[in-house]
Design a protein around this ligand. Structure first.
Ligand code: NAD
Length: 277
């Protein structure tokens, strides 16, 4: 039987399940079925974005699942073309309408878009959603240290998370240190490397999988969890969803953690947030 998913307390005092389910590139036509499956196998943390074009289907799945709203931690993200203060309220309301929900557990700025230079005013609008209770927590995604420094210097609320590309080939050590110093939790997108690296074929990961009688993907997720990172792996297959959730019944030892730590090549697979996305 799957052991319970660990919870992490955010700087908003809200708890987030450390392992959730992401729906990037899940076709809107498949999303309701996929999210209903995820809820049925036991996920209680869902990660979508306005840019994924599947918020409505995520909301429909939540309602169809019968799982009480308050048992689900739901994140969505502001699109990059709505950063100006005057656009943020409308974008936020449209997300709530599409989801048919009256609050979000977490609302994120999807990308800093530094060349546009609006993210500080975007964040001030986010602070109003926190104040009126329509967002229980607010955070950012794909922010680099200079973006976080500017936000911390010019606004009042510290983001609860920074959701960034993070996997064994790109481990983001400096950014994680900055987060730890400022009470920001690290959340990994692409935690399995989006299947773009042969992570699961690597001898070190295969050896750990064999030692614990689990699958290589479970080893990679376990490594994230033991480093304190929040993870949101995605799969359209119910079998893999269940496998990815079943990572709380074993623990990697220090040597197994160290060999995965040593895989870091500081190499991104996605866009560089220093530039507009
Ligand atoms: P991921 O690392 O979770 O990889 C997903 C792919 O891994 C799947 O398509 C599947 O091919 C494979 N996979 C999943 N489980 C497996 C298993 N048990 N065995 C073998 N293969 C398996 O990549 P992702 O979907 O890009 O990232 C996860 C989530 O992060 C997204 O769904 C989305 O919610 C979020 N995300 C956010 C951003 C951002 O800019 N904030 C960017 C990308 C993704």
């Amino acid at each position: 039987m799957t052991s319970a998913v660990s919870q992490i307390e955010l700087n908003s005092s809200v708890s987030i399940p450390q392992l959730g389910f992401g729906v990037f590139l899940v076709d809107p036509a498949d999303t309701q079925r996929v999210v209903e499956d995820a809820l049925a196998v036991g996920y209680r943390h869902l990660d979508t974005a306005t840019g994924y074009n599947n918020e409505a289907e995520v909301g429909a799945a939540i309602r169809a699942s019968g799982v009480p709203r308050e048992d689900i931690f739901l994140t969505t993200k502001l699109r990059n073309d709505h950063h100006k203060a005057r656009d943020v309220e409308g974008a936020f309301s449209r997300s709530l309408d599409a989801l048919e929900l009256d609050y979000l557990d977490l609302y994120l700025i999807h990308w800093p878009m530094p060349a546009n230079g609006f993210y500080v005013e975007t964040w001030r609008a986010f602070e109003t959603f926190l104040a009126d209770g329509r967002a229980k927590s607010i955070g950012v995604s794909n922010f680099l240290v200079p973006h976080l420094e500017k936000l911390l210097a010019e606004t009042d609320i510290v983001p609860v998370v920074n959701q960034v590309e993070l996997h064994p080939i790109f481990q983001q050590r400096k950014l994680r240190e900055f987060h730890a110093k400022h009470g920001i939790r690290t959340e990994a997108w692409g935690p399995l490397g989006q299947g773009k690296y042969d992570l699961f074929g690597m001898p070190t990961i295969q050896a750990a999988a064999k030692a614990h009688d689990v699958q290589p993907a479970q080893v990679v997720l376990r490594w994230h969890l033991q480093t304190g990172t929040i993870v949101i792996p995605k799969s359209n297959s119910r079998e893999r969803m269940a496998q990815n959730l079943d990572v709380f019944g074993f623990e990697l030892n220090l040597d197994e953690m160290a060999v995965i730590d040593a895989l870091d090549e500081n190499r991104r697979m996605g866009g560089n947030p220093a530039e507009n996305n």
